[in-house]
Design a binder for this molecule. Structure first.
Ligand SMILES: Cc1cc2ncn([C@H]3O[C@H](COP(=O)(O)O)[C@@H](O)[C@H]3O)c2cc1C
Ligand SMILES: O=C(O)c1cccnc1
Length: 337
């Protein structure tokens, strides 16, 4: 368990984010130098190679490692579902949490294959957040509690943290967070989620438009409480705790990435320790990652959530770390004097 976040009020979040530690530049430089010495043409590992100094810098270790990786999936329920914005009933959230616990979800299989220990945190599923079209989704106390629970769930000894979410209706919440923080047309942020038909899509657009209208001008911590949900706040708490513990983070798709917008609004450097694991097929993800200045590692047309794209990206990172650790140098190959 990590140290509690020093946030007694939501107004404390901004100063906390501003004071986050940066990467270990010396460790990153040493990792980059070894990469340049390896038995291959310079830069031949492309973006795979770039992940090595990234991991080294944020782990504070010249030779990055992925011996202990945690995957954290947060689950929450959303009052905005009352607007008919989801293709599935809210009971699916708890049913999927039970499935995660029984080992039967996609994320279980992918974590096992990628070598990540999966922890699932269900956040008051029987108490959905309030409908953000009618008021604030969370009180300050609720938002702070979810942030704290997210932070507390992080393994500070992990070498990397894979983040994911489960919450029927949370693609609407994510779209509202994106529209509120990044502006643009509501239609550009609203996508099918878990399979909205035309009627559900129309209600999603209306709900997001109503939320943006009601909460206009609120960003960062205030927007997090205004729109919710608990799993989005917990994801923020986990990303903050990971940063403070020197644990690089792999984000999942649209919903997980959008959950980071309140932190990014407080300080654009807040997500420097985060990679985006994959490009979701949800249409809002491409403009979202572009706004954050990120490039997803994988693009498999996936739109599942749960952390599945991030867990797959972990295998790519394992490839990078293995090459860095195990390859001969060019000097060794040519038998330099
Ligand atoms: C069986 C099932 C498993 C899931 N696993 C992740 N999601 C994904 O779908 C939800 C978001 O889509 P929407 O906003 O349309 O409800 C989230 O729970 C997300 O993780 C699932 C959705 C379903 C139905
Ligand atoms: O990209 C995501 O996070 C996503 C997309 C559709 C459904 N659930 C999650």
């Amino acid at each position: 368990m990590t140290d509690p976040l020093p946030v007694a009020t939501l107004a404390d979040l901004g100063p906390l984010v501003h004071a986050l530690p940066g990467p270990d530049a010396a460790a990153a430089a040493a990792a980059r130098a070894r990469l340049g010495d390896l038995a291959m043409p310079p830069g031949a590992l492309g973006r795979l190679g770039e992940t090595v100094p990234f991991l080294a810098g944020w782990q504070g270790r010249e030779a990055p490692r992925l011996a202990r990786v945690q995957a954290l999936v947060f689950a929450g329920n959303h009052g905005v579902c009352a607007q008919g914005v989801a293709a599935f009933p809210q009971e699916i959230t708890a049913a999927m949490v039970a499935t995660f616990e029984a080992g039967g979800a996609a994320i279980n299989q992918l974590c096992r294959e990628a070598g990540a220990a999966l922890d699932v945190v269900a956040l008051d599923l029987d108490r959905p957040t309030a409908d953000f079209t009618a008021g604030d989704a969370m009180t300050e106390a609720e938002a702070l509690e979810a942030l704290a629970r997210g932070a507390a769930a992080v393994d500070p000894e992990a070498d990397a943290l894979v983040l994911g979410e489960m919450g029927i209706g949370n693609s609407t919440t994510a779209a509202a967070l994106a529209a509120l923080h990044l502006g643009g047309a509501v239609e550009d942020w609203v996508g099918p989620g878990a399979g909205a038909d035309d009627a559900v899509m129309a209600r999603k657009r209306a709900a997001v438009a109503a939320g943006v209208h009601r909460h206009a001008g609120r960003t960062g911590a205030a927007a997090l409480a205004a729109i919710g949900g608990r799993e989005q706040a917990a994801l923020c708490g986990a990303a903050l705790a990971a940063r403070r513990a020197g644990v690089p983070v792999v984000l999942d798709g649209f919903i997980c990435t959008a959950a980071m917008l309140p932190l990014h609004a407080e300080d654009p450097r807040a997500l420097d320790h985060c990679l985006v694991g994959h490009a979701s097929a949800e249409p809002g993800h491409a403009p979202l990652v572009a706004a954050l200045g990120k490039t997803p590692l994988l693009d498999l047309g996936m739109r599942l959530g749960e952390g599945t794209g991030a867990a797959l990206a972990l295998s790519v990172l394992r490839g990078a770390v293995a090459c860095h650790a195990g390859m001969a140098t060019l000097a060794e190959v040519v038998g330099a004097p």
